[in-house]
Design a protein. Structure first.
Length: 198
């Protein structure tokens, strides 16, 4: 077991294998219905990638940012040169995977247009709720790719920038990261309510 758990790739592969075992159990006991399985599979991928994205967003906002001031200056380069770039890689691609799988899921379930129009086209409250969640998620995705990431590249010295530009970029990235943290709470409420209250 230690050989699996001490290597991240083996750990993830083992998790996928266990998920396949669960699918086999489902298939044997319930049969396979392609019309049901496609939306389920993309919902699973959507939730999986969303956990990666929002988990890292909350890590940045609840752990890294509040504690940076407590780290001795000589240790800060380890965060800026090693931890933050790796976390930002998974953060932005988690965001991309979440929005792509969410749009595929909405298309497979036949409510993509109604949700984008916030249920105004059909008057279905569920489409309003999921649409609000989708729009909040889209705003958050935009912030990740077009505001947070470009500014983090400056702040972390991945692109040339003066000390003043780095400080300004770090503040901008932090403020938009906090904006995404704020939006994540009603976004999750809207998404979960659409599945459970309507």
């Amino acid at each position: 077991m230690a050989a699996i758990l001490t290597d991240l790739t083996r750990t993830v592969v083992a998790g996928v294998i266990l998920a396949v075992v669960l699918f086999i159990i489902y298939f044997v006991t319930q049969g396979y219905d392609a019309a049901q399985f496609g939306p389920f599979f993309f919902r699973w991928l959507h939730v999986l990638s969303g956990v990666m994205w929002i988990g890292l967003l909350w890590y940045f906002n609840f752990v890294q940012i509040p504690n940076m001031g407590k780290i001795p200056d000589e240790q800060k380069p380890a965060i800026g040169k090693v931890i933050a770039p790796a976390a930002l890689f998974w953060f932005r691609w988690g965001a991309m995977a979440t929005i792509v799988t969410g749009l595929i899921l909405a298309a497979l379930n036949g409510y993509i247009v109604d949700a984008i129009l916030l249920g105004l086209s059909d008057g279905v409250p569920k489409h309003t709720a999921i649409g609000i969640g989708m729009w909040l998620g889209a705003i958050m995705w935009f912030n990740v790719w077009f505001v947070i990431w470009p500014n983090q590249k400056k702040a972390l010295g991945m692109v040339d920038a003066s000390a003043e530009e780095k400080a300004k970029a770090a503040r901008t990235a932090m403020l938009f990261s906090r904006t995404n943290t704020l939006l994540s709470i009603p976004m999750l409420f809207a998404m979960v309510s659409a599945q459970n209250l309507y």
